[in-house]
Design a protein around this ligand. Structure first.
Ligand code: ZN
Length: 257
């Protein structure tokens, strides 16, 4: 028994040493410049301009309010029609400063700073974790995954899982339609584009009924992708579907309807 326990701790020590060795081979680099990060890096400057999101916000879509109107208050849009997902929260506003951070992560493949992203997602989504069964990354279509080589939502979900202890279930939802990019599309165009794009895998159907999930994605623009995922999950019997994104366009009305 003692030997086994000793063996385990040796393993832990070796793993720790391996991580330090990786730091030496691949020193933490800036998400923006690709240079070895330093205190006065462009990135540190950029982080100082990030507009973090928190309460008060719309109870459903997370639209930030200027004033605290009390708990459970909805924005005008959700008052007219509540989204299919239950609640959406985001770590920070998607604006010119945060865009560079997010795009560098999304397209540059840079993953340093990931635990900082996850810390802010944890803070923003703190009211959603109780009773949650699994974190579900928004899936990419296999053709997009081949081109990009990784799914940024899965990377974020794994980082958040490490900090919350909630499991990631990447094999429940699948993207069955190769959609074109949502960029530059109108509100209705975005909605049409992702309509019927997602499905629950046949092998996962019995893991959805009555369960509570949090969808994870990088950017909330109009919410149409998250809405399409939530519809798919609720049709399959999910009891609750919340969402956490890294960033959100604070005023989706700026996207043409
Ligand atoms: Zn709202």
């Amino acid at each position: 028994m003692e030997f086994l326990e000793g063996g385990k701790s040796v393993k832990r020590i070796l793993r720790g040493a391996g991580e330090r060795a990786l730091d030496i081979v691949f020193p933490p680099r800036s998400l923006i410049t690709g240079k070895v990060a330093s205190q006065d890096s462009v990135e540190a400057e950029l982080w100082s301009h990030i507009n973090f999101l928190d309460e008060p916000c719309c109870e459903a879509c997370g639209f930030p309010f200027d004033y605290d109107l009390g708990r459970g208050v909805l924005c005008g849009r959700c008052e007219i029609k509540r989204p299919t997902y239950d609640r959406a929260r985001s770590a920070f506003k998607y604006d010119n400063d945060s865009r560079r951070l997010v795009l560098s992560f999304k397209h540059g493949g840079r993953q340093e700073g990931l635990s900082v992203f996850a810390q802010h997602m944890k803070r923003a989504g703190r009211s959603l974790f109780e009773g949650c069964d699994a974190l579900l990354p928004v899936p990419l279509h296999p053709s997009r995954l081949r081109a990009r080589r990784y799914n940024q939502s899965l990377i974020l979900a794994r980082a958040l899982s490490k900090q919350t202890g909630i499991a990631v279930a990447p094999d429940i939802l699948q993207r069955v339609k190769a959609t074109s990019s949502q960029g530059g599309k109108s509100y209705s165009g975005r909605k049409r584009n992702v309509s019927g794009a997602f499905a629950v895998r046949a092998s996962a159907k019995n893991r959805v009924k009555g369960k509570a999930f949090i969808l994870i994605d990088d950017v909330y623009t109009t919410g149409s992708t998250l809405e399409a995922c939530a519809k798919t999950l609720k049709r399959a019997g999910a009891a609750r579907v919340d969402t956490i994104t890294l960033a959100r366009v604070a005023n989706p009305q700026s996207v043409p309807t």
